[in-house]
Design a protein around this ligand. Structure first.
Ligand SMILES: Cc1cc2nc3c(=O)[nH]c(=O)nc-3n(C[C@H](O)[C@H](O)[C@H](O)COP(=O)(O)OP(=O)(O)OC[C@H]3O[C@@H](n4cnc5c(N)ncnc54)[C@H](O)[C@@H]3O)c2cc1C
Length: 383
């Protein structure tokens, strides 16, 4: 057991921290106002190799492992959960192509997603279902060499960018679930206005309408009728990103609390001298360090799956659920503690904790709400 980062891991962490501080942070207000990620951020992420970090070199990826992705994601989300979320879904959409795509599908999409020219999406949520994807009603009907997709997907990240969208459908013939790759903005694909949400600005979510969208039957991802397995493992991989976004939020809450405690004066002395403030700093540190090692470990567990034949994904899925629920709920607690250190000043846009607090609330509600994650874990040990 070695809790040290390797030289390579330190370099990736440092590069991500510097990029976040020098490029993302100065654009933070613009991202908040426009609810859009400026192109220079995407270009920078691509240049650093982050958009293909875990994927095969053959496709332009870095083959650097998911723990390095977690390190990069943590530092980026420390300054912008919006950039973190778009980055996370980019990797998640690429994950399912890397895990389940045919060699042809991988060759077609991954070189472009690794460069950031295409940005994948992953679409399962619908107006009628979030936590229970078996209730989804979007249909895929076979028509000769094509499949015709009809339905509505809700709250879809990166839906406004060109790229492949993995769409989970009910097969009209068999009633089974299958996943299809749809090129966004093909005929029949349209979007709602972005939903106005509390945080993670820069990463808007849309309803996506599929009206007689025709895709070649060869756009099937994986095997017919196995869409549910793809969904479960794909979401589990997505939870690596969501957990790391939460971790970045905890780090930010902790660092901002320390900074403010040293700056704010009472009777000429910093509030850091109050034991009540020191207790909050101690709690924040414990929250950061406990979450950090859970998230890093989850990254290394994912390395055991990508590129290998997937034998027993259930354990990884259960662990991803556990880490995601812990990290995201802990991010909310950390943001509250840090807000308490800042008191009323923290409610103003003059201090980063105002954004950190709004962003923290998102992670427990997405990619499976926290209670459902605990139920997944419990089922794994109680069955
Ligand atoms: C910023 C953001 C980005 C998103 N990006 C995407 C995306 O890219 N792709 C995508 O497909 N979706 C995306 N989503 C949707 C998101 O993943 C779902 O909204 C989420 O899974 C929760 O579903 P729901 O809101 O329908 O909650 P519901 O399923 O309606 O849950 C409501 C409540 O009921 C409880 N509950 C539900 N079922 C049970 C049960 N069986 N037992 C006990 N309790 C239960 C839940 O715990 C929760 O407390 C995104 C959402 C947001 C906010």
């Amino acid at each position: 057991m070695d809790f040290k980062l390797s030289k390579e891991q330190e370099l990736i962490q440092k590069a991500a921290r510097e990029f976040a501080a020098n490029v993302i942070l100065p654009l933070g207000k613009k991202i908040e106002q426009d609810d859009k990620i400026p192109q220079e951020i995407w270009d920078g992420l691509a240049e650093l190799g982050f958009l293909g970090l875990p994927f095969e070199e053959e496709f332009g990826g870095g083959e650097a492992g998911y723990e390095n992705y977690v390190l990069a994601q943590e530092q980026i989300s420390r300054v912008s959960s919006g950039v973190g979320t778009a980055f996370s879904v980019h990797i998640m959409g690429s994950d399912v192509l890397a895990l389940f795509g045919s060699r042809e599908q991988q060759k077609h999409y991954l070189p472009k997603t690794c460069k950031g020219e295409l940005k994948p999406s992953f679409a399962f949520t619908e107006p009628g279902t979030g936590s229970d994807p078996k209730q989804l009603v979007t249909t895929a009907a076979r028509d000769g060499e094509y499949v015709v997709i009809n339905g509505v997907k809700r709250f879809i990240t990166n839906a406004g960018y060109e790229g492949p969208m993995v769409v989970f459908c009910k097969d009209a013939d068999t009633g089974g679930f299958s996943a299809y790759i749809v090129d966004k903005f093909c005929p029949g694909y349209s979007l709602s206005k972005p939903w106005e949400k509390i945080g993670s600005h820069g990463s808007p979510i849309f309803d996506v309408y599929f009206k007689d969208v025709r895709v070649p039957a060869s756009n099937l991802l994986g095997e017919p009728g196995k869409g549910f397995d793809i969904l479960l493992l794909g979401i589990a991989f997505g939870k690596i990103g969501t957990s790391a976004i939460a971790l970045g939020g905890i780090l930010a809450a902790y660092e901002e609390a320390v900074k403010y405690a040293k700056e704010k004066l009472h009777r000429g002395k910093p509030i850091a001298k109050f034991q009540a403030i020191q207790l909050k700093i101690g709690h924040l540190a414990a929250k950061y360090y406990s979450t950090r090692w859970m998230c890093y470990r989850l990254g290394t567990l994912a390395n055991d799956i990508l590129g290998k034949s997937i034998q027993n994904p259930e354990q990884f899925q259960a662990e991803a659920a556990l880490v995601k629920s812990y990290a995201s709920d802990t991010a909310v607690e950390a943001a509250k503690l840090s807000m308490d250190v800042h008191a009323s000043y923290g409610l103003t846009k003059d201090y980063p904790i105002e954004r950190i607090y709004r962003d923290a609330i998102i992670a427990p509600q997405i990619e499976g709400v926290s209670d459902m994650q605990r139920i997944i874990w419990a089922s794994s040990v109680l069955s």
